[in-house]
Design a protein around this ligand. Structure first.
Ligand SMILES: Nc1ncnc2c1ncn2[C@@H]1O[C@H](COP(=O)(O)OP(=O)(O)OP(=O)(O)O)[C@@H](O)[C@H]1O
Length: 255
């Protein structure tokens, strides 16, 4: 059974003060196996954020279903959604989403504090994660005292601390320079090699080349996919670029 299964997902937005409707997702079908690292690419407005928001339980689908470990997300009761999200999903966003008034350590521990984890357990989980991510020396600082790349590593630490089933990353390198982006992607690749499943939305072909599979979304549905297989990151990046060129220049059909 796939870890994540997206079945016939459709999302239509209805404008609040008019009858105007936008079909953001038409029919999305795909699945992610445990241990995979999958990127989602597509032009602006193709529905990537909408898709990630529905998988994140931040938004509801118009129809279709998302299954995690075989369980339909739409059946989770409203009052259980926050706890589900906290314990099962790890989030990494483009703009880090750290709390400025919390130290780095408190930002990382926040999901565990909210789920009332004992202090000894929190400390035991924190130590290896901050060591692996190279942010050990910064945990008593505040977000405004560290670089963008370090902030994003803090966000990754916060995502990992709950031992989520899947990490959902939305443009994680979007606010980083090329060196920090490379560093972050190497970290995500390493985490994936240790078994963490990752689903990432990105515009960056270089970032996507670190994943094992790339899904291309267009006009609200998955249009094409490629696997890295035995290719090097550079070879895979060339294939991703070629696919994007073909897809943006072609109206219909598969490669
Ligand atoms: N809250 C909303 N209300 C109405 N329409 C929306 C809403 N959010 C998104 N849309 C529309 O749904 C479509 C898909 O948007 P979405 O943000 O998912 O695209 P995207 O691929 O993430 O784009 P980008 O790469 O620019 O972030 C677009 O046409 C967008 O205008």
């Amino acid at each position: 059974m796939a870890l994540l299964e997206i079945k016939n997902l459709k999302k239509v937005y209805t404008a609040r003060f008019s009858a105007q409707q936008t079909e953001a997702l038409s029919t999305v079908n795909f699945s992610v196996e445990e241990g995979e690292f999958v990127s989602i690419m597509g032009e602006s407005g193709s529905g990537k954020t909408t898709l990630l928001n529905i998988i994140s339980t931040l938004d509801d689908a118009t129809s279709g279903e998302v299954y995690l470990d075989g369980n339909p997300l739409s059946k989770i009761k409203d009052k259980e959604v926050s706890a589900f999200r906290r314990s099962t999903l790890g989030f990494v966003f483009q703009d880090f989403n750290l709390l400025d008034n919390f130290s780095i350590k408190d930002n990382i521990l926040l999901p565990l504090v909210l789920s009332k984890t004992p202090i000894e357990e929190m400390e035991a989980r924190l130590a290896p994660i901050v060591r692996n991510l190279g942010i050990e020396a910064h945990i008593h600082k505040y977000p405004y005292e560290v670089s963008g790349g370090q902030k994003q590593r803090v966000a990754v630490a916060r995502a990992l601390i709950t031992r989520p089933k899947i990490i959902l990353a939305d443009e994680p390198t979007g606010a980083l320079d090329s060196k920090a982006s490379q560093n972050l992607m190497e970290i995500l690749k390493g985490i994936n090699e240790e078994g963490q499943t990752i689903l990432m939305v990105t515009h960056s072909t270089r970032a996507a080349s670190f994943s094992k599979r790339v899904l291309f979304i267009r006009d609200g549905s998955v249009y094409h996919e490629i696997y890295r297989g035995g290719q090097t990151a550079d070879e895979f990046m060339d294939r991703i670029s070629q696919s994007l060129t073909v897809l943006s220049s072609r109206g219909e059909g598969h490669e």
